[in-house]
Design a binder for this molecule. Structure first.
Ligand code: ZN
Ligand code: ZN
Length: 622
């Protein structure tokens, strides 16, 4: 195949020769200089037309585009000529080409028209670094060119990515001044911006005022609520959408499932699943994958598998979601089996698939296999390991008690260890009781993330395990002196279609009395099973949350009591906790699962705990 320039040259030659042969007399009656300048002019405009045609037709890659550009320069076509620069930038942006290249071209155009300004803003908005979109817009406002209907949606997209609320609000004002606010796609862009920046209420306000709302508008507001952890609002709007006869599409369901997954709102997810099947949207792979993730994140791996098995076409995302889902839920062997099947079917795993695989190895204590998979990922699949993968390896060794090896591994890693890596190591030290490495990890953490409450807890537990009470005391003092703020713990639990939130010592619920009498019954029965609350040494017990007392129980216990009194025997209990479950609660929940014969799934900030018959799937390592 000919490259554009070769193709172009061969065509020019044939055309010039043919035109001269067809029109031999035309040049005879004009003065020679005029002939040359006219001919040069016509050649120039011909080359220009040709270049633009080439940009349209054969610039299917950035290198080809560069060739056309180089050719135009050699033939004296200036970027200032109408259309040349404009089409060059447009082609570059359409190919998601490098924006610094587009910018170089742009800066040479003396008077870009609004199309070119918009294309530049769009290019940046769609790129990885959208911030220059704002500079381009500011330059546009200083020029004599007026923004048009396309300017704002692209600009707002960039601002939404950058999450700069103030800039977005200013732009909102400009749309009002310029009279573009009533345009549906400007409104939709504003809705998306407010939702993405955590201003879902503003998005909703704007939405309410819109005289006509299309599906995109509904989706933007629903997605805004979903992103901002407002599940009840998400649900209300989803219902309203139904009552106004607007049919949800795959995007709506993806937002809905994502929200449900974050909050563990399983029954709402299940209802949407029914709807999805009824309307045939279960054929939508994105929505089906989001549903699979929802079930996995709610700890209902059976349902996740069912969704997976029901998929007619399974993408890499589907395989990966189930592998990761199985691994984080503690079903390591099954995750690895599924990965083998994936390879057998010649599906190329992604880097996220390997996060699941390595996590599964870690969970099953398969250290050698973990290293083998890590090598396979690099050499077999050409995936460059990311910090997440190294994190998995540190976890793998830590969990197997190989703390020294893990520390050495961190020092030799080709990427700079981040706080998560050091925290993983510190966690392993806290469990194995390796104080010297634990202190090193803590020092690194103090440099990287100085005021992370959980780290103080880990190091304090480590000192406590060595009975170094004065060090425990010093950690607590440092916490106070350094003003480390504790994140208030809360637990979410779903009952019916409503998600309830409980905080420590919560007494705001209407059923408070019943909840607390259940809690004392729980404590009584637990003691009969040999449970002794972790109160032996107050100093030893710096938890992420305040020390628990009989009057102020940790939120997960309150949530469990609440579900126990409101559901029939045998119903599974699901809790989503924002902090790490403390040792005392972990022990108590294990016993509750046995005494009350309830399966209890707790998702805390780092992993899943499936409690059943007095055991936990994390095997007491978390
Ligand atoms: Zn607790
Ligand atoms: Zn556990």
């Amino acid at each position: 195949m000919l490259l554009p320039e070769q193709q172009f040259l061969s065509e020019t030659e044939t055309e010039t020769s043919s035109s001269s042969s067809h029109n031999p007399s035309s040049s005879t009656s004009l003065p020679k200089s005029a002939i040359t300048s006219a001919a040069a002019e016509s050649k120039k405009s011909y080359i220009l037309r040709k270049c633009i045609a080439l940009l349209h037709s054969c610039a299917s890659s950035v290198p080809k585009l560069r060739q056309v550009h180089a050719f135009s320069i050699r033939n004296g076509v200036p970027l200032s000529s109408p259309d040349m620069g404009k089409y060059l930038i447009f082609s570059l942006v359409s190919l998601s080409g490098p924006m610094h290249y587009a910018r170089k071209v742009f800066d040479q155009i003396p008077h870009p028209n609004i199309f070119t300004w918009d294309t530049m803003i769009r290019g940046y908005a769609e790129s990885e670094d959208p911030s220059p979109a704002l500079h381009i817009y500011q330059r546009l406002r200083l020029s004599s060119v007026e923004p048009d209907t396309h300017t704002y949606p692209f600009l707002l997209k960039a601002i939404a990515k950058l999450m700069i609320v103030r800039e977005g609000e200013k732009v909102h004002c400009s749309t009002l001044k310029d009279g573009f606010e009533s345009l549906m796609f400007v409104q939709n862009a504003l809705l998306h911006f407010y939702g993405a920046c955590g201003r879902s209420e503003s998005a909703h306000c704007l939405f309410e005022k819109m005289p006509y709302k299309d599906l995109v508008a509904w989706n933007s507001v629903i997605n805004g609520y979903a992103l901002n952890n407002m599940p009840n609002e998400t649900l209300t709007l989803f219902r309203k959408m139904g009552s106004e006869n607007v049919k949800p599409d795959g995007f709506t369901l993806v937002s809905l499932f994502t929200a449900c997954a974050e909050l563990g709102a399983l029954s709402l997810g299940r209802r949407a699943h029914v709807y999805m099947t009824k309307t045939g949207l279960d054929k939508n792979l994105h929505a089906a994958n989001a549903l699979l993730v929802l079930y996995a994140k709610c700890g209902s791996i059976k349902e996740a598998k069912k969704v997976f098995d029901g998929l007619q076409i399974k993408s890499v995302v589907s395989w990966t979601s189930l592998i990761v889902g199985l691994a984080v839920n503690g079903f390591g062997e099954e995750a690895l089996e599924l990965f083998k099947e994936m390879e057998f079917r010649r599906m190329a795993p992604s880097e996220i698939t390997f996060v699941g695989v390595l996590y599964a190895c870690s969970h099953c204590g398969l250290v050698d296999e973990g290293f083998a998979y890590f090598e396979k990922m690099k050499k077999g699949y050409g995936i460059v390991p990311k910090i997440e993968h190294y994190g998995c390896m540190v976890d793998l060794m830590g969990r197997a008690g190989l703390v020294k090896k893990a520390y050495k591994y961190i020092l030799e890693m080709p990427v700079k260890p981040n706080a998560v890596i050091w925290r993983t190591l510190l966690g392993a030290c806290a469990i194995t009781g390796d104080l010297s490495i634990g202190e090193i990890a803590r020092e690194e953490l103090r440099k990287l993330e100085p005021k992370h409450c959980g780290d103080y807890v880990l190091i304090s537990n480590l000192y406590a395990s060595e009975r170094r009470w004065s060090d425990v005391h010093n950690v607590r003092k440092a916490m106070l002196d350094e003003g480390v703020r504790k994140v208030p713990g809360h637990s979410l639990v779903e009952l019916g279609n409503i998600t309830y939130e409980f905080v420590m010592g919560d007494k705001t619920h209407a059923q408070t009395e019943a909840i607390y009498s259940k809690l004392s019954e729980m404590t009584r029965l637990l003691r009969l099973e040999g449970y002794a609350p972790h109160t032996s040494n107050v100093l030893a017990d710096i938890e992420e949350e305040e020390k628990e007392t009989a009057l102020s129980y940790h939120s997960e216990k309150i949530a469990i009591a609440f579900v126990l009194i409101n559901t029939p025997p045998g119903t599974l209990i699901r809790i989503v906790k924002n902090l790490r479950v403390c040792g005392d609660c972990h022990l108590a929940i294990k016993l509750v699962s046995k005494i009350f014969r309830r399966e209890i799934v707790v998702r805390d900030c780092s992993r899943f705990h499936h409690f059943k018959d007095g055991e936990c799937s994390c095997k007491d390592y978390w």
